[in-house]
Design a protein around this ligand. Structure first.
Ligand code: ADP
Ligand code: MG
Length: 262
C-alpha cells in the first residue's frame, strides 16, 4: 500500500464530483473530482489560471458551480436535495453553511479601521452574537496562538504583511470553522515573513484542522501535506501523497510545473 492509500481511509469532509464552472463561454473547472478527509492538509497546486482559486471560491459560496456536486461535511454546498431534485438554498441557509468555513486570501483583507483584536472579534460578535467580553478573551487566545498577543491593539497599517496574515488566520479561526481554505496565503509576503505564517499553518495542522491550501510552497506541501492535487487547465492532472507526487510525478505537465517552482 502506498503512503497515499494508507492516508485515504478517514472520514470525508469535502467531496467534489464532476464540478464544473464557467465564466460566460469559458469553462474554468472542467469536472473536478476529489475528496478531502477530516484533519487532512490538502494541497492544491498548479499553474496560474488553472482554476485553483475558483475551486476554493465554489466551496465557500463565492461562486456557484454550473454542474456536478460539491459537499462539505455531508451537506450539498448551496443546495438542498429532495428526491432527485435540487433546490437552491436561501441566503440565510447559505450564510449558515459559510459560517463553518474559514478563508484566508493572498491579500489579507483586514478591516483597516479596526485593531488586530477588533478584526478577530468582529464576526463572532456580529454574526454569532457572542458577548464582547467573552469574544475578547477568546480573541486574545487566538492572537496568542498566532504569536501576536502583544499586537492586539495595533491597526493593520502598523503590522507587517506576515503579521496581518496571521491576524487574518486568527480572524478566520474565531468563527470556529470546520474547514479552512488558504488561497496562496504567503504569495504576497516578503520572503523573510513567509516562515512565520507557514509555522502558524503547520501548528493548525497539528491541532487537527482540515485545510485546503493553494500554495507554491512545495517545502510546506512536502512536510505538512497529507494529499496533493496538481491541477492544470481546469482538470485534476494528478493526485497523491505530496512526497510521491513531488519526487515522482507521473505526468509531463506536473513535471514541467514542478521544474519551474522547485
Ligand atoms: P488560479 O487560481 O489557478 O490562478 P483562477 O481560478 O483564478 O486560477 O482562474 C481560472 C481562470 O478563470 C483564469 O483564466 C481566469 O482568468 C478566469 N476567471 C477567474 N475569475 C473570473 C471571473 N470572475 N470572470 C471571468 N473569468 C474569471
Ligand atoms: Mg488563484
Amino acid at each position: 500500500m502506498t503512503e497515499f492509500e494508507k492516508s485515504t481511509t478517514g472520514e470525508v469532509l469535502v467531496r467534489a464530483e464532476g464540478v464544473r464552472k464557467s465564466y460566460g463561454l469559458v469553462e474554468v473547472l472542467k469536472g473536478i473530482d476529489l475528496e478531502v478527509r477530516k484533519g487532512e492538509v490538502f494541497c492544491l497546486v498548479g499553474p496560474s489560471g488553472s482554476g485553483k482559486s475558483t475551486f476554493l471560491r465554489c466551496i465557500n459560496h463565492l461562486e456557484r458551480i454550473n454542474a456536478g456536486r460539491l459537499w462539505v461535511d455531508g451537506d450539498l454546498v448551496g443546495y438542498r436535495q429532495k428526491g432527485d431534485k435540487l433546490y437552491e438554498l436561501k441566503d440565510k441557509e447559505v450564510a449558515l453553511q459559510r459560517r463553518d468555513i474559514g478563508m484566508v486570501f493572498q491579500r489579507f483583507n483586514l478591516f483597516p479601521h479596526m485593531t488586530a483584536l477588533g478584526n478577530v472579534i468582529e464576526a463572532p460578535v456580529q454574526v454569532k452574537g457572542r458577548g464582547r467580553t467573552d469574544a475578547r478573551a477568546r480573541g486574545m487566545e487566538l492572537l496568542e496562538r498566532v504569536g501576536l498577543a502583544d499586537k492586539a491593539g495595533n491597526y493593520p497599517s502598523q503590522l507587517s504583511g506576515g503579521q496581518q496574515q496571521r491576524v487574518a488566520i486568527a480572524r478566520a479561526l474565531a468563527m470556529e470553522p470546520k474547514l479552512m481554505l488558504f488561497d496562496e496565503p504567503t504569495s504576497a509576503l516578503d520572503p523573510e515573513l513567509v516562515g512565520d505564517v507557514l509555522d502558524v499553518m503547520r501548528q493548525l495542522a497539528q491541532d487537527g484542522m482540515t485545510m485546503i491550501v493553494v500554495t507554491h510552497e512545495m517545502g510546506f506541501a512536502r512536510e505538512v501535506g497529507d494529499a496533493l492535487v496538481f491541477m492544470d487547465g481546469g482538470v485534476v492532472v494528478e493526485a497523491g501523497h505530496p512526497r510521491e507526487v513531488l519526487t515522482n510525478p507521473q505526468h509531463e505537465r506536473t513535471r514541467a510545473f514542478l521544474s519551474r517552482v522547485l
